[in-house]
Design a protein around this ligand. Structure first.
Ligand SMILES: [Zn+2]
Length: 373
């Protein structure tokens, strides 16, 4: 079974919903059709000619990138210009192109979370640097036959439901009677075909962030003994965890600049790392932003960060950091985003294969332009 563009992008949009992107950011399908069948996907950072060439030479029909193809305003497809030639090339060869940009920057398990994970920094309870919204919360109600409540509750908790602050496994349950009559083609766990069953069941309720919806439902269905599981999902008018750009991480033990720089050099495949340090030589509160973090220096200072790891810092960013004694590590725009790109490939492969699709998911191997130093 091959996935369509829509199948693939609906997995992506569970991880990084389009609705959380920054206003005006042209995220989503850039070129192509949602109904196109996809045997192979190439995941890359940029929709440049190198990525398009690699997609076409490896017979990938879908190119997924972080940076959008149509980020700049576009008024013609002139094949004498690089971007026009690229667009024409992609259309002629029926290459679909999709971008997950600021929606993936802002997603709770997005670009900066993956950067933290690659560096081994504890991001699970980190706060965001610049709040842009909050997670949509859902209420799940499932009807469970008596004796199976613990299994179902454990499965829900393992997939991320029932987390209220630092409390996990938060559910409410009440006993009652469920009724059903198994039809001709059924293989019922309880009861017989054609006979009305009245069964002791518990109504179990819990809460979950909408981004975890598919993981929670899948785990619940696996743990539930029934062939057909009765459950309801309601949107809630409550504010979930805040989401936004960048993270601020509190370390249990302070770390030296040398250790942080070594960590970045070893794990981020960067050849253009530079840093500036003020009067501090050990750091406990680390701000982090994959890509370009200069616009978040104010927020990093306001939240008491000692040091900020990102890419693309400019001279005036350095002056601003200097005035607040905020140390900076510039590990490169692309190098700080690559952990997120690599995660996209793994995430899609795991989900597509897990649901029985044969669609192959590859990570870009062709080189992109890098600074020399
Ligand atoms: Zn970027």
């Amino acid at each position: 079974m091959q996935a369509t563009v829509k199948t693939v992008t609906s997995y992506l949009e569970k991880l990084a919903p389009l609705s959380i992107a920054m206003p005006g950011d042209p995220v989503g399908l850039q070129l192509g059709s949602n109904s196109a069948e996809i045997k192979k996907i190439l995941v890359a950072l940029d929709p440049d000619q190198a990525a398009v060439n690699e997609a076409l030479s490896t017979e990938a029909e879908l190119l997924i990138t972080h940076h959008p193809l149509f980020y700049q305003k576009f008024s013609s497809v002139n094949e004498d210009l690089p971007v026009g030639a690229l667009v024409a090339d992609a259309i002629r060869n029926r290459l679909n192109i999709y971008s997950a940009h600021t929606n993936y920057d802002i997603a709770p398990e997005g670009v900066t979370f993956q950067l933290a994970a690659r560096l081994g920094l504890p991001a699970n309870n980190a706060k965001v640097l610049e709040v842009t919204g909050s997670e949509q919360l859902l209420k799940l109600v499932v009807f469970v036959p008596s004796g199976h409540e613990d299994n179902v509750r454990d499965a829900l908790a393992a997939a991320g439901a029932g987390q209220v602050g630092d409390y996990s496994h938060s559910t409410f349950q009440v006993s009652g009677c469920g009724t059903f009559m198994p039809g001709a083609g059924t293989n019922p766990y309880i009861g017989s075909r054609g006979q009305l069953e009245i069964v002791d069941e518990s109504r179990m309720e819990t809460i979950l962030p909408s981004a975890k919806r598919s993981a929670v439902i899948n785990k619940m269905l696996e743990a539930h003994p029934y062939e057909e599981v009765a459950y309801d999902l309601y949107p809630l008018d409550l504010e979930g965890e805040t989401i936004g750009l960048g993270l601020i991480i509190n370390l249990e033990e302070a770390i030296s600049l040398e250790q942080l720089v070594r960590l970045c050099r070893e794990r981020l495949n960067t050849n253009s790392l530079r840093y500036w340090t003020g009067s501090k030589d050990r750091f406990k509160k680390i701000a982090l932003c994959g890509g370009s973090g200069g616009s978040l220096i104010d927020q990093a200072v306001r939240q008491g960060a000692d040091l900020f790891i990102s890419g693309d810092f400019r001279y005036h960013d350095l002056k601003q950091a200097e005035s607040s004694n905020l140390s900076l590590v510039d590990a490169g725009h692309d190098a700080t985003e690559w952990p997120g790109i690599a995660y996209l490939q793994q995430y899609l492969e795991r989900n597509l294969q897990g649901d029985g699709y044969e669609t192959e998911v590859c990570l870009q191997t062709s080189g992109t332009a890098k600074w020399n130093s």
